[in-house]
Design a protein around this ligand. Structure first.
Ligand code: UD1
Ligand code: UDP
Length: 382
């Protein structure tokens, strides 16, 4: 029998981290031919992930340009993927999450009448401008997809409310699968600073901030609060691997440079990132992925956004919405340092997002959909 041809498509760092273990799981499956196509919406940050997980894409659209707009990403992906699909003729296209690559790839597959599987389906804030443009991207992909792989029950409930109940599987998030290969107690960093930080004696705060809806005033507020924290608390070592977006780099340089305990460093590779997270005191971030990873490592997370599509860690008490106002961001971080019991209440490991077997469930669900297996996979249960 002809193998099922499954093409995983991704373009940015977080998609790559979360799809890498799935590409590998599919490649191990009998009856499945696993192809990988990258749009390279991110170039350096994508290649770093491909290196760590040793993935060589079958197709590379190489679309990234400096200060790219949503329209250029979308049109370049659509045009590039049309050609790829004509040549490769996949039976199923897998996309991940909510980036412009995700939406464009799902739309291109729909135009080619190719089935779409959406990994990390069903996350919602119900605010179309926050996160922007991700909330609309993932909602539209929900309509385009035939298979929906939901990390959590709440994600599945969101889809059900929109009338999407067929082809829905509760799998857990593949990021937890990825972490099982990266976090090690004896890890040595190639970024020398990270080997020398006194993680036990100082308060090492890991920061990331890159979202489009935070550009401008929200980012200025957040960064001013971060600088005040470093100035007011002499034990603070703030480590901020700065995203390669020029908008973000300019803001970080303007508000945070020139302080000896604020370490603005280049993006870390994913193994370094996960191991730094495992050692830090707490995390301040507007990232989606970090909100899932830090709770699994028992690290409190202050979410630098007005709302989150990942309420599970907030409900479990390990994450808190800090918003984007200077005073609130400052006050919540200060409380974690001033009040050890507040810190302890947040610093416990929880795994609402996965158990490390999401990729096997997704591969099983695909096999089930194409009649290669009789039973649907067991749902993820935290
Ligand atoms: C994108 C996603 C966002 C995701 C984020 C993960 C969209 C609209 N946004 O946002 O959902 O959270 O990735 O990081 O899909 N750049 C480089 N090298 C790189 C990567 C980026 O130089 O390896 C620079 C380029 O100038 C590029 C800019 O960063 O134009 C912005 O990249 P883009 O993918 O458009 O936006 P992100 O903010 O990264
Ligand atoms: N990450 C990384 N290096 C960094 C910053 C983040 O490897 O310098 C990882 C992080 O651990 C997570 C993912 O990238 O797995 C999150 O990506 P990002 O914050 O860019 O996007 P989001 O998750 O917000 O879409």
């Amino acid at each position: 029998m002809k193998p099922i041809r499954v093409m995983s498509i991704f373009g940015t760092r977080p998609e790559a981290i979360k799809m890498a273990p799935l590409v590998k799981a599919l490649a191990r499956r009998e009856g499945v031919e696993s192809l990988c196509c990258v749009t390279a919406q991110h170039r350096q940050m994508l290649d770093s992930v491909l290196d760590i997980f040793q993935i060589s894409p079958d197709y590379d659209l190489n679309i990234m340009e400096p200060r790219q707009t949503l329209s250029t990403i979308t049109t370049k992906c659509l045009l590039g993927l049309e050609k790829v699909f004509q040549e490769a003729r996949p039976d199923l296209v897998l996309v991940h999450g909510d980036t412009s690559t995700t939406f464009s790839a799902a739309l291109a597959a729909f135009y080619g009448q190719i089935a779409v599987g959406h990994v990390e389906a069903g996350l919602r804030t119900y605010d179309k401008y926050s996160p922007f443009p991700e909330e609309m991207n993932r909602t539209l992909v929900g309509d385009l997809a035939d298979l929906h792989f939901c990390p959590t029950q709440a994600n599945r409930d969101n889809l059900a409310r929109e009338g999407i109940t067929k082809g829905v599987f509760l799998t857990g998030n593949t990021v937890i699968d990825a972490m099982s290969t990266t976090v090690r107690p004896d890890f040595r960093f190639s970024t020398e600073l990270l080997n020398h930080l006194d993680y036990a004696g100082r308060t090492v705060i890991l920061v990331t901030c890159h979202r489009r809806e935070n550009y401008g005033q929200p980012m200025a507020n957040i960064m001013t609060a971060l600088r005040r924290l470093a100035e007011d608390y002499p034990q603070v070592e703030l480590v901020y691997p700065v995203h390669l977006s020029p908008v973000v780099r300019e803001a970080a340089e303007k508000y945070l440079s020139g302080h000896d305990r604020i370490h603005l460093i280049d993006p870390l590779d994913v193994a370094e990132m996960h191991n730094l997270m495992a050692r830090c005191a707490f995390v301040m971030t507007d990232s989606g992925g970090l909100q899932e990873e830090a709770p699994a490592l028992g690290k409190p997370v202050l979410v630098l956004r007005r709302e989150t599509e990942r309420p599970e860690a907030v409900a479990a008490g390990t994450a808190e919405l800090a918003g984007t106002e200077e005073e609130e961001v400052y006050a919540l971080a200060a409380r974690l340092m001033d009040d050890p019991s507040a810190y302890q209440r947040m610093a416990h490991a929880v795994n609402p997002y996965g158990d490390g077997h999401a990729c096997d469930r997704i591969a099983d669900a695909i096999a089930y959909h194409f009649g290669l297996r009789e039973a649907a996979p067991q749902a993820f249960c935290p």
